[in-house]
Design a binder for this molecule. Structure first.
Ligand SMILES: [Zn+2]
Ligand SMILES: [Zn+2]
Length: 139
């Protein structure tokens, strides 16, 4: 995806859903794009002096409501598919190592699953947890 198209897409998505495209929403969007999976306080901190805390929280709520962003690992905020490269998450529960992955077989399996059930699939999230290669017991 072309990163330059993101703000236009944001504008379009907000307007389409009857929300206004404000400077503070634009800044919150950029902060999430930069920080990657991040907490709400991290976004507040990043925008200190530019956007007040309440506005940051409100903007994040609107983004989640409109699926511009979503919650990963129960509390972290990340931009949704149309706004960044599609990927999934793995986090090691022992060392905390995080990695993103993508796999065509998984994508195809999900598409086939949806098709078989007559589901019009619009988005999906897959999060894996467990032990990374280093932390896994050796066979
Ligand atoms: Zn590990
Ligand atoms: Zn996927």
């Amino acid at each position: 995806m072309n990163a330059a198209s993101s703000p236009n897409r944001l504008h379009w998505r907000l307007r389409q859903q009857g929300h206004s495209y404000t400077k503070s929403r634009q800044l919150v969007f950029q902060a999430i794009a930069l920080l990657g999976p991040c907490t709400r306080p991290a976004v507040v901190k990043r925008l200190e002096g530019k956007v007040d805390r309440a506005s940051v929280y409100r903007a994040i709520d609107v983004f989640i409501e409109l699926d511009i962003a979503h919650v990963v690992r129960y509390r972290l905020i990340e931009l949704s598919d149309p706004f960044r490269q599609h990927h999934h998450h793995f986090v090691c529960r022992q060392c905390g190592q995080e990695s993103n992955f993508n796999d065509d077989r998984l994508e195809q399996a999900l598409e086939a699953f949806a098709k078989d059930r007559g589901i019009t699939l619009e988005s999906h999230q897959v999060e894996l947890s467990g032990l990374c290669r280093q932390c896994s017991p050796r066979a």
